[in-house]
Design a binder for this molecule. Structure first.
Ligand SMILES: Nc1ncnc2c1ncn2[C@@H]1O[C@H](COP(=O)(O)OP(=O)(O)OP(=O)(O)O)[C@@H](O)[C@H]1O
Ligand SMILES: [Mg+2]
Length: 238
């Protein structure tokens, strides 16, 4: 699994925090890791972007970013408004493939959800994943509304012949409500893909040492962690 593409059901679902957890877990397993934020929007040139946030939380990863636009919008829109060239899916794929030549694992984080556009031709992260023939991890919210959005994302991936590696819950609450607890059973059912983890709420605010120690406990063995989906479900929804 040299390249893993990380998308989500939308923006602010925890893609960056999950990317950091996957990176920290891989680093702990002795892998070299690169993180590529395909297009970073909504931050100024001097501000840390998502890739830097992953490095802060996870540790010694190579960070890369193809373009940065100031407006907090979809990359295609933000590029147009900035009067700058957009990022094209083939550029994302090329940079990821290059990083994969000297890293054990390359994590590619998209912007927002799967079909958010990078360029005026309608290129998306899904196109980059197809060029790379890379598996895709979907980050999903825990609670009400996630079944529909996650199934839509899974269907789009399948329709494109892409490999849906699994779903990770971006922020698992300390006191999960009925919907969140039921979703542990229903998310794998509606997506046809395994749950590969649940990152505890508040993880992004942990100090980096605590984050790195905890990360393997939030992720399944497929992601080199020790999280057990079945044991978690039984514990959280007795
Ligand atoms: N498990 C978590 N613990 C603590 N904070 C979290 C967690 N998940 C998400 N957050 C917080 O929620 C916000 C959104 O998370 P994050 O930046 O990971 O989303 P994203 O899906 O990467 O969004 P974007 O589309 O902008 O890249 C951030 O402020 C982040 O710190
Ligand atoms: Mg992010």
């Amino acid at each position: 699994m040299p390249v893993l593409v990380i998308t989500g059901t939308g923006t602010e679902v925890g893609k960056t925090v999950v990317t950091a957890a996957v990176a920290a877990t891989a680093l702990a397993a002795g892998r070299s890791v690169a993180v590529l934020k395909a297009a970073q929007t909504g931050v100024r040139p001097d501000e840390p972007g998502d890739a830097q946030e992953v490095a802060r939380l996870a540790g010694a990863v190579t960070t890369a970013e193809l373009a940065r636009y100031p407006d907090p919008l979809a990359p295609a829109t933000a590029a147009r408004r900035a009067g700058r060239p957009p990022v094209h899916p083939h550029e994302v794929a090329e940079r990821a493939a290059k990083l994969a030549t000297d890293h054990d694992l390359v994590l590619v984080e998209g912007a927002g959800g799967l079909l958010v556009r990078f360029d005026a031709a309608g290129g998306t992260l899904a196109d980059a994943a197809a060029l790379l023939t890379a598996p895709v991890l979907v980050v999903a919210p825990a609670g009400l509304g996630t079944l529909n959005a996650t199934e839509l994302t899974a269907r789009e991936l399948r329709g494109r012949g892409l490999d849906l590696a699994g779903v990770v819950i971006g922020s698992w609450p300390g006191e999960p409500d009925l919907a969140a607890r039921c979703n542990l059973l229903d998310l794998p059912d509606v997506t046809g893909a395994p749950l590969l983890g649940a990152v505890q709420a508040g993880a992004g605010a942990l100090d980096p040492a605590a984050f790195r120690t905890s990360a393997p406990r939030w992720l399944a063995p497929r992601l080199e962690g020790v999280w057990d989906a079945e044991a978690f479900r039984v514990r959280e929804s007795p």
